[in-house]
Design a binder for this molecule. Structure first.
Ligand code: SF4
Ligand code: SF4
Length: 183
């Protein structure tokens, strides 16, 4: 997925590397990294709605919730018409590559590490009864800690494991991927 404009890459090789990394990752589109994405003045609500984006108003601003409905088969299905924040967002991994402060191998390794942590959290969600893949991780996590909670020792144990796994995932996402909140 060509998630972003790989700015300093005047070289086609750089762009293709970004596309390969994003295709292997997808975390800024699939609800792992963000809960939602705010629209910008350049965005057309009418056009995005026509493209199937489900827009909501929150705190006076329009946004679309993640996982993004345009994220299909590890690609942005509306790439040419994607919202402005999607055009300008560049995660820390891409920024490091862009600045030649990292390598392709290191970036793929980080994505792989994040996916392992993500899979662990997703598995714990499912064990606790939440299989809603159409909701952002943050939302699913909050729901599982909203009373009334299942008081059984098994569920209590799973919630504790989930807390640890989510903390580990969030620490990594903040340290290695997020540059700012985009919702
Ligand atoms: S988090 Fe970074 S590497 Fe992953 S899809 Fe988004 S821009 Fe690409
Ligand atoms: S519009 Fe495209 S780039 Fe933006 S979040 Fe959705 S799938 Fe990702």
């Amino acid at each position: 997925m060509e998630k972003m404009d790989f700015k300093a890459e005047a070289s086609a090789g750089g762009e293709s590397l970004a596309a390969k990394l994003c295709a292997a990752c997808g975390m800024c589109c699939n609800g792992v990294l963000f809960y939602g994405t705010r629209l910008q003045p350049e965005d057309s609500i009418r056009s995005l709605t026509a493209l199937g984006m489900k827009l909501k108003r929150k705190d006076g601003e329009m946004q679309f919730l993640q996982p993004c409905p345009a994220y299909k088969d590890s690609c942005c299905s509306i790439y040419e018409k994607r919202p402005q924040r999607c055009r300008t967002f560049s995660c820390k991994q891409l920024q490091s590559l862009n600045a030649s402060e990292s390598t392709e191998e290191a970036a793929f390794a980080k994505i792989s590490e994040a996916k392992t942590l993500t899979d662990r959290v997703r598995d714990l969600f499912a064990q606790l009864g939440d299989t809603r893949e159409n909701k952002a991780f943050a939302r699913r996590y909050a729901a599982l800690f909203t009373p009334p909670l299942d008081p059984s020792p098994e569920s209590e144990q799973l919630r504790q494991e989930l807390q640890v796994a989510m903390r580990e995932l969030e620490t990594m996402l903040t340290s290695d991927f997020r540059t700012e909140a985009i919702a």
